[in-house]
Design a protein around this ligand. Structure first.
Ligand SMILES: Cc1cc2nc3c(=O)[nH]c(=O)nc-3n(C[C@H](O)[C@H](O)[C@H](O)COP(=O)(O)OP(=O)(O)OC[C@H]3O[C@@H](n4cnc5c(N)ncnc54)[C@H](O)[C@@H]3O)c2cc1C
Length: 453
């Protein structure tokens, strides 16, 4: 029987950061995962192209990310996105428009009608909404229908692979929600909230620097895994139970563990299966969290095959445009080393809540559909010289209208079971940065618990 202070189940970024921090502060810890460290973070170098199966970058929004990178000695590996990443495009009527990033460019853009621009001027005078509002209702009420259709709808497809009508503004976009709650509106909040952010040493998402690593995002979990050394065990946890003074875990590789602290850093459906015998009601709350499928298609072309200048972050597609893709990143323009000399790399996302059935196709079918779409939008000639397709059957948890109640149920589970912590991206934000920040906070809570044990 292996005896440790803490067993961390799942070595995605959430679990790795908790395990790393506990080990670093002198606790005995094991981190278990049947797959290599990183979870959905995984980079691949092949044929001169560096592709990402999951996240392509993250934003340096909080000091925890910067500190972790420095501590892991990854500072010289880190690369920031080029300035051109600030330029983002939205598809409207078969044309790519710059997403306006300043009041002046907003006034002159052809992306929004005069009516939509005038509607925005009313924003400071709109009253507060009712509790439990969807993101779509919130945006429509404050900013108008066109802003919802041509800014928020594509943004939500790009970040959550989700639908703003189904997502809760309070659960999924707490900072946006707080601007209305605390300052009475978004424009007032954006102006006055800057001071509060500065106090917390945080950077707004629209101004934070976007980063990756020379060898791709995978460099981060790879280094965390290496730091864990023998405390990282390649095995699947198949059952758990409460034991006097902690928890007993059983793995598929027939290992038995006893841990004073149990951290479940696995996707919600896996946590549900492990918790069925302990608390069926909480397990069912976890099971209800929906993860739509997403297929990520990385395609390499010779530069001369693509007519578009690709001088930006990429483009997003509003649902109203009735296309078969959610959006595309101009990956080789963002970070160096993503494509061989004279070539470009584009990463396109398909499916999500919008069109889940499109992910049922074979790799060939989905890649050829993406090629067809890209050739119409970016002016591409001929077949790609490189292709890599990754299908995620359960990609990103949706913070829907019942999400906050479910999370409350999970907090009750934790208080009923001292020493148990649920830490994964279905809580406190889905971005890599949010996962790091939340994992650091969980590690601090655990240290306090073990101190008083
Ligand atoms: C396609 C895609 C693109 C994304 N793009 C971005 C982006 O550009 N920027 C950004 O900031 N975020 C992005 N995200 C979101 C972000 O990457 C994730 O939210 C975050 O990495 C999730 O980390 P996690 O540790 O919570 O979960 P996961 O990465 O899902 O890790 C869970 C781990 O649990 C393990 N596990 C499962 N069952 C068991 C078991 N029984 N026993 C032990 N281990 C088990 C799994 O093998 C896995 O390693 C993207 C996500 C996806 C899917």
């Amino acid at each position: 029987m292996i005896e440790v202070d803490a067993a961390v189940v799942g070595a995605g970024i959430s679990g790795l950061v908790v395990a790393h921090r506990l080990k670093q502060t002198g606790h005995t810890v094991v981190c278990l995962d049947p797959n290599s460290p990183g979870g959905v973070i995984s980079s691949r170098f092949e044929g001169g192209f560096l592709t990402e199966r999951g996240p392509n970058s993250t934003l340096e929004t909080c000091p925890e990310i910067t500190k972790l990178i420095a501590e892991l000695d990854l500072g010289s590996e880190r690369i920031y996105a080029s300035d051109r990443a600030k330029r983002r495009f939205i598809l409207r009527r078969k044309r790519l428009y710059d997403l306006p990033m300043s009041p002046i460019s907003f006034l002159s853009t052809g992306l929004f009608s005069m009516r939509a621009k005038a509607r925005l001027a009313l924003e400071p005078f709109i009253g507060k909404g009712k509790p439990g509002e969807s993101l779509a209702d919130f945006v429509k009420r404050r900013l108008g229908q066109e802003f919802l259709d041509y800014a928020i709808n594509p943004f939500v497809a790009g970040v959550y692979a989700g639908n703003p009508h189904l997502l809760s503004v309070a659960a999924g976009f707490p900072k946006l929600y707080a601007l209305e709650r605390d300052y009475g509106g978004l424009i007032m909040g954006a102006l006055r909230g800057a001071r509060a952010r500065k106090k917390r040493a945080e950077v707004a998402k629209d101004r934070a620097r976007m980063l990756s690593f020379k060898r791709g995002m995978g460099a981060l979990p790879e280094r965390l895994g290496a730091m864990l050394g023998a405390d990282w065990i390649e095995d699947r946890v198949i059952s758990l139970a409460r034991n006097p003074g902690g928890y007993r875990l059983q793995t598929a590789g027939e290992k038995a563990l006893h841990a004073r602290v149990l951290v479940l850093a696995v996707p919600a459906m896996t946590a549900a299966n492990l918790l069925d015998d302990l608390d069926l009601d909480a397990a069912n709350a976890l099971r209800e969290i929906h993860y739509p499928p997403v297929t990520s298609v990385a395609l390499g072309f010779k530069r001369e095959q693509v007519a578009h200048t690709l001088d930006g972050f990429g483009f997003l597609v509003p649902e109203k445009e009735k296309r078969m893709i959610l959006g595309s990143l101009f990956s080789s323009g963002l970070f160096p080393g993503r494509a061989p000399e004279g070539h470009v790399l584009l990463t396109t996302f398909v499916g999500g809540t919008r069109q889940p059935a499109l992910t049922d196709q074979t790799d060939e079918q989905v890649a050829s559909m993406v090629c067809q779409e890209l050739s119409e939008i970016l002016g591409i000639n001929g077949d790609p010289v490189y292709r890599s397709v990754t299908a995620w059957t359960h990609a990103i948890p949706q913070y829907d209208l019942q999400h906050l109640q479910r999370i409350e149920r999970l907090s009750t589970l934790e208080s009923d079971n001292p020493g148990m912590y649920l830490r994964a991206n279905y809580r406190d934000g889905i971005s890599v940065g949010d996962c790091i920040k939340a994992a650091e906070a969980t590690a601090s809570q655990i240290m306090g618990y073990l101190r008083d044990f």
